[in-house]
Design a binder for this molecule. Structure first.
Ligand code: MLT
Length: 417
Protein backbone atom coordinates (compact mmCIF):
# COMPACT_ATOMS: atom_id res chain seq x y z
CA UNK A 1 0.00 0.00 0.00
CA UNK A 2 1.31 3.45 -0.86
CA UNK A 3 0.36 6.16 1.61
CA UNK A 4 1.61 9.70 1.07
CA UNK A 5 4.25 8.44 -1.33
CA UNK A 6 5.60 5.91 1.18
CA UNK A 7 5.12 2.23 0.62
CA UNK A 8 4.02 -0.07 3.46
CA UNK A 9 3.66 -3.82 3.66
CA UNK A 10 0.73 -5.12 5.69
CA UNK A 11 -0.17 -8.58 6.90
CA UNK A 12 -3.22 -9.82 5.04
CA UNK A 13 -6.03 -11.54 6.91
CA UNK A 14 -7.84 -14.18 4.93
CA UNK A 15 -11.59 -14.60 5.55
CA UNK A 16 -13.59 -17.82 5.34
CA UNK A 17 -14.77 -17.18 1.81
CA UNK A 18 -11.33 -16.37 0.51
CA UNK A 19 -11.83 -12.65 1.11
CA UNK A 20 -8.69 -10.78 1.92
CA UNK A 21 -8.43 -7.79 4.19
CA UNK A 22 -5.54 -5.79 5.51
CA UNK A 23 -4.84 -5.83 9.21
CA UNK A 24 -6.46 -2.60 10.31
CA UNK A 25 -4.74 -2.58 13.72
CA UNK A 26 -1.37 -2.75 12.03
CA UNK A 27 -2.33 -0.01 9.62
CA UNK A 28 -3.43 2.17 12.55
CA UNK A 29 -0.10 1.59 14.34
CA UNK A 30 1.71 2.94 11.34
CA UNK A 31 -0.56 5.73 10.22
CA UNK A 32 -2.76 6.73 13.17
CA UNK A 33 -6.56 6.25 13.18
CA UNK A 34 -8.18 5.35 9.91
CA UNK A 35 -11.77 5.54 8.76
CA UNK A 36 -13.17 2.24 7.64
CA UNK A 37 -15.49 2.94 4.71
CA UNK A 38 -18.20 0.30 4.99
CA UNK A 39 -20.03 1.87 2.06
CA UNK A 40 -17.34 0.67 -0.32
CA UNK A 41 -18.42 -2.94 -0.59
CA UNK A 42 -22.01 -3.06 0.51
CA UNK A 43 -24.77 -1.17 2.26
CA UNK A 44 -23.50 -2.18 5.69
CA UNK A 45 -23.85 1.40 6.88
CA UNK A 46 -27.67 1.38 6.73
CA UNK A 47 -29.45 2.06 10.03
CA UNK A 48 -32.45 -0.14 10.77
CA UNK A 49 -34.57 -1.09 13.77
CA UNK A 50 -36.14 -4.22 12.29
CA UNK A 51 -33.89 -7.26 12.50
CA UNK A 52 -30.91 -7.96 14.71
CA UNK A 53 -28.41 -10.61 13.82
CA UNK A 54 -25.13 -11.55 15.35
CA UNK A 55 -23.13 -13.76 13.02
CA UNK A 56 -20.58 -14.74 15.67
CA UNK A 57 -23.17 -15.87 18.20
CA UNK A 58 -25.74 -17.15 15.71
CA UNK A 59 -28.50 -14.87 17.03
CA UNK A 60 -31.45 -13.67 14.98
CA UNK A 61 -34.24 -11.48 16.36
CA UNK A 62 -37.15 -9.69 14.73
CA UNK A 63 -37.89 -6.41 16.56
CA UNK A 64 -36.16 -7.93 19.59
CA UNK A 65 -38.08 -11.24 19.66
CA UNK A 66 -35.92 -14.38 19.24
CA UNK A 67 -36.58 -16.26 16.01
CA UNK A 68 -36.86 -19.54 17.97
CA UNK A 69 -39.84 -18.20 19.97
CA UNK A 70 -41.60 -16.74 16.96
CA UNK A 71 -41.08 -19.83 14.80
CA UNK A 72 -42.54 -22.15 17.44
CA UNK A 73 -45.40 -20.00 18.76
CA UNK A 74 -46.53 -17.32 16.32
CA UNK A 75 -48.41 -17.27 13.05
CA UNK A 76 -46.85 -15.88 9.89
CA UNK A 77 -49.31 -12.98 9.71
CA UNK A 78 -48.61 -12.09 13.33
CA UNK A 79 -44.89 -11.96 12.56
CA UNK A 80 -45.59 -9.99 9.36
CA UNK A 81 -47.53 -7.42 11.42
CA UNK A 82 -44.65 -7.23 13.90
CA UNK A 83 -42.08 -6.62 11.18
CA UNK A 84 -44.15 -4.11 9.24
CA UNK A 85 -45.69 -2.10 12.10
CA UNK A 86 -43.02 -2.60 14.78
CA UNK A 87 -45.12 -4.24 17.54
CA UNK A 88 -46.90 -7.54 17.96
CA UNK A 89 -50.61 -7.05 17.18
CA UNK A 90 -53.36 -7.25 19.77
CA UNK A 91 -56.06 -9.84 19.02
CA UNK A 92 -58.29 -7.27 17.35
CA UNK A 93 -55.43 -5.70 15.37
CA UNK A 94 -54.49 -9.15 14.08
CA UNK A 95 -58.09 -9.98 13.17
CA UNK A 96 -58.40 -6.69 11.32
CA UNK A 97 -55.11 -7.27 9.46
CA UNK A 98 -56.21 -10.79 8.46
CA UNK A 99 -59.62 -9.55 7.37
CA UNK A 100 -58.14 -6.82 5.18
CA UNK A 101 -55.74 -9.31 3.60
CA UNK A 102 -58.55 -11.80 3.03
CA UNK A 103 -60.55 -9.14 1.17
CA UNK A 104 -57.77 -8.42 -1.32
CA UNK A 105 -56.46 -11.90 -2.08
CA UNK A 106 -58.03 -12.10 -5.52
CA UNK A 107 -56.33 -10.74 -8.64
CA UNK A 108 -57.77 -8.51 -11.35
CA UNK A 109 -59.09 -10.74 -14.19
CA UNK A 110 -56.84 -8.97 -16.70
CA UNK A 111 -53.72 -10.14 -14.83
CA UNK A 112 -54.46 -13.59 -16.23
CA UNK A 113 -53.21 -12.25 -19.58
CA UNK A 114 -49.83 -11.56 -17.98
CA UNK A 115 -49.60 -15.27 -17.08
CA UNK A 116 -50.85 -16.33 -20.52
CA UNK A 117 -48.03 -14.36 -22.13
CA UNK A 118 -45.38 -16.62 -20.61
CA UNK A 119 -44.39 -20.03 -22.02
CA UNK A 120 -45.02 -22.82 -19.52
CA UNK A 121 -41.24 -23.36 -19.34
CA UNK A 122 -40.74 -19.87 -17.82
CA UNK A 123 -39.01 -19.86 -14.44
CA UNK A 124 -41.70 -18.95 -11.88
CA UNK A 125 -39.47 -16.25 -10.34
CA UNK A 126 -39.48 -14.33 -13.64
CA UNK A 127 -43.27 -14.65 -13.81
CA UNK A 128 -43.58 -13.60 -10.16
CA UNK A 129 -41.55 -10.41 -10.52
CA UNK A 130 -43.31 -9.44 -13.77
CA UNK A 131 -46.75 -9.99 -12.27
CA UNK A 132 -45.83 -7.96 -9.16
CA UNK A 133 -44.56 -5.11 -11.39
CA UNK A 134 -47.79 -5.29 -13.38
CA UNK A 135 -49.78 -4.47 -10.22
CA UNK A 136 -48.72 -0.83 -10.70
CA UNK A 137 -50.96 -0.81 -13.80
CA UNK A 138 -54.01 -1.99 -11.87
CA UNK A 139 -53.34 0.23 -8.86
CA UNK A 140 -51.83 3.40 -10.40
CA UNK A 141 -52.21 5.26 -7.08
CA UNK A 142 -49.30 3.13 -5.84
CA UNK A 143 -46.83 4.98 -8.08
CA UNK A 144 -47.64 8.36 -6.55
CA UNK A 145 -44.73 9.21 -4.25
CA UNK A 146 -46.92 11.74 -2.40
CA UNK A 147 -49.54 9.09 -1.52
CA UNK A 148 -50.71 9.45 2.08
CA UNK A 149 -50.03 6.82 4.75
CA UNK A 150 -53.47 5.21 4.36
CA UNK A 151 -52.94 4.71 0.66
CA UNK A 152 -49.49 3.27 1.25
CA UNK A 153 -50.96 0.93 3.84
CA UNK A 154 -53.55 -0.20 1.31
CA UNK A 155 -50.72 -1.10 -1.09
CA UNK A 156 -48.98 -3.04 1.70
CA UNK A 157 -52.14 -5.03 2.42
CA UNK A 158 -52.80 -5.65 -1.28
CA UNK A 159 -49.29 -6.95 -1.80
CA UNK A 160 -49.38 -9.24 1.25
CA UNK A 161 -52.75 -10.53 0.03
CA UNK A 162 -51.89 -11.01 -3.63
CA UNK A 163 -48.36 -12.44 -3.65
CA UNK A 164 -49.42 -16.02 -2.70
CA UNK A 165 -52.16 -15.87 -5.37
CA UNK A 166 -49.65 -14.70 -7.99
CA UNK A 167 -47.23 -17.45 -6.93
CA UNK A 168 -49.92 -20.14 -7.08
CA UNK A 169 -51.19 -18.90 -10.44
CA UNK A 170 -47.71 -18.91 -11.96
CA UNK A 171 -47.29 -22.50 -10.77
CA UNK A 172 -50.61 -23.62 -12.22
CA UNK A 173 -49.93 -21.78 -15.46
CA UNK A 174 -46.62 -23.64 -15.80
CA UNK A 175 -48.53 -26.92 -15.42
CA UNK A 176 -51.26 -25.91 -17.86
CA UNK A 177 -53.81 -26.27 -15.06
CA UNK A 178 -56.85 -24.00 -14.51
CA UNK A 179 -56.18 -21.12 -12.12
CA UNK A 180 -57.80 -21.45 -8.71
CA UNK A 181 -59.55 -18.52 -7.09
CA UNK A 182 -58.77 -17.93 -3.42
CA UNK A 183 -61.18 -19.22 -0.79
CA UNK A 184 -61.82 -16.31 1.58
CA UNK A 185 -62.60 -18.45 4.63
CA UNK A 186 -59.17 -20.12 4.60
CA UNK A 187 -56.12 -18.84 6.48
CA UNK A 188 -53.06 -17.41 4.70
CA UNK A 189 -51.00 -20.60 4.38
CA UNK A 190 -54.10 -22.80 3.83
CA UNK A 191 -55.31 -20.59 1.00
CA UNK A 192 -51.97 -20.71 -0.70
CA UNK A 193 -51.88 -24.53 -0.55
CA UNK A 194 -55.46 -24.68 -1.80
CA UNK A 195 -54.68 -22.42 -4.80
CA UNK A 196 -51.58 -24.51 -5.57
CA UNK A 197 -52.91 -28.02 -5.19
CA UNK A 198 -56.72 -27.90 -5.07
CA UNK A 199 -58.91 -28.79 -8.03
CA UNK A 200 -62.11 -26.99 -9.05
CA UNK A 201 -65.28 -28.62 -7.68
CA UNK A 202 -63.36 -31.01 -5.49
CA UNK A 203 -62.97 -31.05 -1.73
CA UNK A 204 -59.43 -30.22 -0.75
CA UNK A 205 -58.16 -31.80 2.45
CA UNK A 206 -55.65 -29.60 4.20
CA UNK A 207 -53.07 -31.49 6.17
CA UNK A 208 -52.39 -29.51 9.39
CA UNK A 209 -48.79 -30.80 9.40
CA UNK A 210 -48.18 -29.24 6.01
CA UNK A 211 -49.85 -25.97 7.02
CA UNK A 212 -47.72 -25.77 10.17
CA UNK A 213 -44.54 -26.52 8.23
CA UNK A 214 -45.29 -23.73 5.80
CA UNK A 215 -46.05 -21.31 8.63
CA UNK A 216 -42.67 -22.10 10.25
CA UNK A 217 -40.74 -21.79 6.99
CA UNK A 218 -42.35 -18.46 6.13
CA UNK A 219 -41.51 -17.07 9.60
CA UNK A 220 -37.90 -18.23 9.37
CA UNK A 221 -37.50 -16.49 6.02
CA UNK A 222 -39.37 -13.30 6.93
CA UNK A 223 -36.38 -10.95 7.26
CA UNK A 224 -32.61 -11.06 7.38
CA UNK A 225 -31.52 -7.41 7.46
CA UNK A 226 -29.32 -5.88 4.76
CA UNK A 227 -28.68 -8.72 2.34
CA UNK A 228 -28.70 -8.57 -1.46
CA UNK A 229 -32.47 -8.49 -2.06
CA UNK A 230 -33.31 -6.29 0.93
CA UNK A 231 -30.75 -3.65 0.06
CA UNK A 232 -32.10 -3.83 -3.52
CA UNK A 233 -35.63 -3.14 -2.23
CA UNK A 234 -34.30 -0.26 -0.15
CA UNK A 235 -32.24 1.31 -2.88
CA UNK A 236 -35.02 1.08 -5.48
CA UNK A 237 -37.49 2.39 -2.89
CA UNK A 238 -35.15 5.24 -2.00
CA UNK A 239 -35.76 6.65 -5.50
CA UNK A 240 -39.45 6.78 -4.46
CA UNK A 241 -40.28 3.94 -6.84
CA UNK A 242 -43.59 2.28 -5.90
CA UNK A 243 -43.71 -0.53 -3.37
CA UNK A 244 -44.67 -2.97 -6.16
CA UNK A 245 -41.64 -2.02 -8.30
CA UNK A 246 -39.30 -2.15 -5.31
CA UNK A 247 -40.53 -5.61 -4.32
CA UNK A 248 -40.31 -6.83 -7.93
CA UNK A 249 -36.65 -5.71 -7.91
CA UNK A 250 -36.10 -7.60 -4.62
CA UNK A 251 -37.66 -10.73 -6.14
CA UNK A 252 -35.20 -10.55 -9.04
CA UNK A 253 -32.27 -10.19 -6.65
CA UNK A 254 -33.49 -13.13 -4.58
CA UNK A 255 -33.70 -15.29 -7.70
CA UNK A 256 -29.88 -15.43 -7.99
CA UNK A 257 -28.31 -18.80 -7.07
CA UNK A 258 -25.99 -17.12 -4.58
CA UNK A 259 -29.02 -15.75 -2.71
CA UNK A 260 -32.50 -17.34 -2.55
CA UNK A 261 -31.86 -19.62 -5.52
CA UNK A 262 -29.45 -21.61 -3.35
CA UNK A 263 -32.09 -23.95 -1.89
CA UNK A 264 -32.94 -25.12 -5.40
CA UNK A 265 -29.23 -25.78 -5.97
CA UNK A 266 -28.97 -27.73 -2.70
CA UNK A 267 -31.72 -30.15 -3.65
CA UNK A 268 -30.26 -30.55 -7.14
CA UNK A 269 -26.87 -31.32 -5.58
CA UNK A 270 -28.42 -33.91 -3.23
CA UNK A 271 -30.28 -35.54 -6.16
CA UNK A 272 -27.07 -35.67 -8.18
CA UNK A 273 -25.16 -37.28 -5.33
CA UNK A 274 -27.91 -39.87 -5.04
CA UNK A 275 -28.03 -40.55 -8.79
CA UNK A 276 -24.26 -40.80 -9.19
CA UNK A 277 -23.86 -43.17 -6.24
CA UNK A 278 -20.82 -41.23 -4.97
CA UNK A 279 -20.28 -41.59 -1.21
CA UNK A 280 -20.68 -38.46 0.90
CA UNK A 281 -17.08 -38.95 2.04
CA UNK A 282 -15.86 -38.82 -1.56
CA UNK A 283 -18.09 -35.86 -2.30
CA UNK A 284 -16.61 -33.96 0.65
CA UNK A 285 -13.12 -34.80 -0.62
CA UNK A 286 -14.05 -33.29 -4.00
CA UNK A 287 -15.41 -30.19 -2.28
CA UNK A 288 -12.03 -29.72 -0.63
CA UNK A 289 -10.20 -29.93 -3.94
CA UNK A 290 -12.77 -27.49 -5.33
CA UNK A 291 -13.98 -29.92 -8.00
CA UNK A 292 -17.54 -29.54 -6.76
CA UNK A 293 -19.34 -27.12 -4.44
CA UNK A 294 -21.12 -27.86 -1.21
CA UNK A 295 -24.28 -25.85 -1.71
CA UNK A 296 -26.16 -24.50 1.32
CA UNK A 297 -23.03 -24.27 3.45
CA UNK A 298 -21.41 -21.12 4.78
CA UNK A 299 -22.89 -17.66 5.13
CA UNK A 300 -21.51 -14.18 4.65
CA UNK A 301 -22.51 -13.19 8.18
CA UNK A 302 -22.81 -16.41 10.22
CA UNK A 303 -19.51 -17.78 11.39
CA UNK A 304 -21.48 -20.23 13.43
CA UNK A 305 -24.59 -22.32 12.87
CA UNK A 306 -27.28 -20.30 11.11
CA UNK A 307 -30.00 -20.30 13.84
CA UNK A 308 -32.64 -20.83 11.15
CA UNK A 309 -30.85 -23.96 9.87
CA UNK A 310 -31.08 -25.55 13.34
CA UNK A 311 -34.84 -25.01 13.44
CA UNK A 312 -35.32 -26.13 9.84
CA UNK A 313 -33.31 -29.30 10.39
CA UNK A 314 -35.56 -30.31 13.28
CA UNK A 315 -38.70 -29.29 11.38
CA UNK A 316 -37.49 -31.38 8.44
CA UNK A 317 -37.20 -34.51 10.61
CA UNK A 318 -40.60 -33.90 12.24
CA UNK A 319 -42.42 -33.21 8.98
CA UNK A 320 -41.00 -36.13 7.05
CA UNK A 321 -41.85 -38.41 9.99
CA UNK A 322 -45.38 -37.07 10.33
CA UNK A 323 -45.99 -37.34 6.59
CA UNK A 324 -44.37 -40.78 6.49
CA UNK A 325 -42.00 -39.62 3.74
CA UNK A 326 -38.63 -41.34 3.41
CA UNK A 327 -36.36 -39.14 1.38
CA UNK A 328 -32.78 -40.34 0.82
CA UNK A 329 -31.88 -36.67 0.23
CA UNK A 330 -32.35 -36.05 3.97
CA UNK A 331 -29.96 -38.87 4.87
CA UNK A 332 -27.40 -37.57 2.35
CA UNK A 333 -27.77 -34.03 3.75
CA UNK A 334 -27.24 -35.25 7.32
CA UNK A 335 -24.20 -37.29 6.31
CA UNK A 336 -22.71 -34.34 4.48
CA UNK A 337 -23.31 -32.12 7.49
CA UNK A 338 -21.78 -34.67 9.85
CA UNK A 339 -18.74 -35.20 7.59
CA UNK A 340 -18.21 -31.48 7.11
CA UNK A 341 -18.59 -30.52 10.77
CA UNK A 342 -15.96 -33.03 11.86
CA UNK A 343 -13.49 -31.99 9.17
CA UNK A 344 -10.91 -29.29 10.04
CA UNK A 345 -11.20 -27.89 6.49
CA UNK A 346 -14.79 -26.79 7.17
CA UNK A 347 -14.31 -26.07 10.87
CA UNK A 348 -11.39 -23.72 10.25
CA UNK A 349 -13.30 -21.93 7.52
CA UNK A 350 -16.36 -21.72 9.79
CA UNK A 351 -18.56 -23.34 7.17
CA UNK A 352 -21.86 -24.46 8.69
CA UNK A 353 -25.20 -25.35 7.09
CA UNK A 354 -27.25 -22.26 6.31
CA UNK A 355 -30.99 -21.67 5.93
CA UNK A 356 -31.01 -23.20 2.43
CA UNK A 357 -29.51 -26.55 3.38
CA UNK A 358 -32.64 -28.28 4.68
CA UNK A 359 -35.50 -26.08 3.46
CA UNK A 360 -35.63 -27.68 -0.02
CA UNK A 361 -36.13 -31.14 1.49
CA UNK A 362 -39.23 -29.88 3.30
CA UNK A 363 -40.56 -28.15 0.19
CA UNK A 364 -40.02 -31.33 -1.79
CA UNK A 365 -41.91 -33.35 0.85
CA UNK A 366 -44.75 -30.83 0.54
CA UNK A 367 -44.93 -31.68 -3.17
CA UNK A 368 -43.23 -28.56 -4.55
CA UNK A 369 -41.06 -28.58 -7.64
CA UNK A 370 -37.51 -27.33 -7.10
CA UNK A 371 -37.94 -24.22 -9.28
CA UNK A 372 -40.64 -23.12 -6.83
CA UNK A 373 -38.40 -23.13 -3.76
CA UNK A 374 -37.24 -19.55 -4.33
CA UNK A 375 -40.85 -18.49 -4.86
CA UNK A 376 -41.57 -19.82 -1.36
CA UNK A 377 -38.62 -17.84 -0.04
CA UNK A 378 -40.07 -14.71 -1.69
CA UNK A 379 -43.49 -15.17 -0.05
CA UNK A 380 -41.78 -15.60 3.32
CA UNK A 381 -39.46 -12.61 2.80
CA UNK A 382 -42.23 -10.26 1.66
CA UNK A 383 -43.10 -8.73 5.09
CA UNK A 384 -39.40 -8.10 5.74
CA UNK A 385 -38.96 -6.31 2.42
CA UNK A 386 -42.12 -4.28 3.06
CA UNK A 387 -40.91 -3.36 6.56
CA UNK A 388 -37.54 -2.22 5.19
CA UNK A 389 -39.20 -0.16 2.43
CA UNK A 390 -41.61 1.41 4.95
CA UNK A 391 -38.83 2.18 7.42
CA UNK A 392 -36.91 4.02 4.73
CA UNK A 393 -40.04 5.91 3.63
CA UNK A 394 -41.09 6.85 7.17
CA UNK A 395 -37.58 8.13 7.95
CA UNK A 396 -37.63 10.19 4.71
CA UNK A 397 -34.23 8.82 3.85
CA UNK A 398 -32.41 10.36 0.89
CA UNK A 399 -31.89 8.47 -2.35
CA UNK A 400 -29.34 5.70 -1.98
CA UNK A 401 -26.08 6.01 -3.78
CA UNK A 402 -23.44 3.42 -2.88
CA UNK A 403 -20.03 4.91 -2.42
CA UNK A 404 -17.66 4.23 -5.27
CA UNK A 405 -13.90 4.13 -5.05
CA UNK A 406 -12.57 4.67 -8.52
CA UNK A 407 -9.93 2.12 -9.48
CA UNK A 408 -9.58 2.79 -13.21
CA UNK A 409 -7.23 4.90 -15.33
CA UNK A 410 -6.67 8.47 -14.18
CA UNK A 411 -6.54 10.03 -17.62
CA UNK A 412 -5.97 8.86 -21.19
CA UNK A 413 -5.90 10.60 -24.53
CA UNK A 414 -8.19 9.35 -27.23
CA UNK A 415 -6.36 8.31 -30.40
CA UNK A 416 -8.60 7.41 -33.32
CA UNK A 417 -8.14 3.93 -34.86
C1 MLT B 1 -31.10 -14.49 3.65
O1 MLT B 1 -31.86 -14.99 4.47
O2 MLT B 1 -31.41 -13.49 3.02
C2 MLT B 1 -29.79 -15.15 3.36
O3 MLT B 1 -29.30 -15.85 4.44
C3 MLT B 1 -28.77 -14.24 2.73
C4 MLT B 1 -28.22 -13.15 3.61
O4 MLT B 1 -28.79 -12.77 4.62
O5 MLT B 1 -27.16 -12.62 3.27
Amino acid sequence: IILDGKSYKFPVIEGSEGEKAIDIAKLRDLTGYVTLDTGYKNTGATKSAITFLDGEQGILRYRGYPIEQLASKASFLEVSYLLIYGELPTTSQLENFKERIRKHTNLHEDIKKVFDGFPSSAHPMGVLSSAVSSLTAYYPGSIDPTANDDEVDMTIVRLMAKLPTIAAWSYRNSKGQPLMYPKPKLGYCENFLYMMFGQPNEDFELDPVVVEALNTLFILHADHEQNCSTSTVRIVGSAHASLYSSIAAGINALWGPLHGGANQEVIEMLEEIKASGISTKDYIAKVKTKEVRLMGFGHRVYKNFDPRAKIIKKACDDILNKLGVKDPALEIAKELEQAALSDPYFVERKLYPNVDFYSGIIYKALGLRSDLFTVMFAIGRLPGWIAQWKELRDAKEPIGRPRQIYTGYTERDYVSI
